[in-house]
Ligand binder design. Structure first.
Ligand code: DGL
Length: 256
């Protein structure tokens, strides 16, 4: 095994990034880390979340000696990246709301950003809007329960569609005869629900998942790295027996 790339999220959402990394670089050795013990990152006091992720990352870097780390979490990236880059020498790739591509994509000028309540209140998110979408009407939707619902869906539970509909309803804005036509999936959990979103949406929109672009950015960053064996390890800060049924069905999750 070569030095792996570490992909990190508060839960299983980052697997939506991992699948694109794997598709683009089949040989890469990967270690996926879900901080289930800290999930959800949305409600953390910001200073506490920075300290928590920096501490956890210190242990992970020491244990796995990654060649690069992907923070596959908007709620963490929009806050913690500067502290991580200051503290560690390993290159970090972040995941932040895809406001720039959304501003290019929209025809109606109405764009919604679907994220956790943590991400929509970050200064980083407001800066992205100021910088890349000053003339676009952006609706920020902090969906309180949606990442929890995605965790449950991926754990194999039946989640009532009504619960998902209620979370995404504010995304669809109709104003002066124009409608939202572009929605940024600004939480890595949400691409796993995109099929449901499309089915229950009151009208059709373009959903923007930044994961392919993140995987491309990673490829550029580690272009000269030697090919690996294409291994993937799945680690969680919670013991596998504490996972809801479904997560450990394959028996592949290990404790950090
Ligand atoms: N998947 C994470 C994100 O991209 C956050 C999920 C959570 O911690 O609630 O924002």
């Amino acid at each position: 095994m070569t030095r792996p790339v570490l992909i990190f999220d508060s839960g299983i959402g980052g697997l939506s990034v991992l699948r694109h990394v794997r598709a683009q670089q089949p040989d890469l050795d990967l270690v996926y880390v879900a901080d289930h013990d800290g999930f959800s990152y949305s409600d953390w006091v910001e200073a506490d979340l920075v300290a928590h992720v920096v501490e956890l990352m210190g242990g992970l870097i020491e244990a796995h000696d990654p060649r690069a780390v992907v923070i596959a979490c908007n709620t963490a990236s929009t806050l913690v990246l500067p502290a991580l880059r200051e503290q560690f020498r390993v290159p970090f790739v972040g995941t932040v709301p895809a406001i720039k591509p959304a501003a290019r994509e929209t025809r109606s000028g109405l764009v919604s950003v679907l994220a956790t309540p943590g991400t929509v209140k970050r200064d980083y998110t407001f800066d992205l809007i100021r910088q890349f979408a000053p003339d676009i009407a952006i609706t920020l939707v902090g969906a309180r329960g949606l990442s929890h619902l995605a965790e449950r869906v991926l754990a194999g539970e039946d989640v009532p569609e009504e619960a998902i509909r209620a979370e995404i309803a504010p995304v669809f804005v109709e104003r002066d005869g124009v409608r939202t036509d572009t929605v940024v999936l600004a939480c890595t959990h949400y691409p796993f629900l995109q099929g449901v979103f499309e089915r229950i949406a009151p009208w059709s929109v373009t959903w923007i998942d930044p994961a392919p672009a993140i995987a491309r950015r990673l490829s550029t960053l580690i272009m000269d790295a030697p090919g690996g064996e294409g291994t993937t390890r799945y680690l969680s800060t919670k013991p596998p027996e504490a996972f809801p049924a479904g997560f450990d069905a394959s028996g592949r999750w290990e404790r950090v």
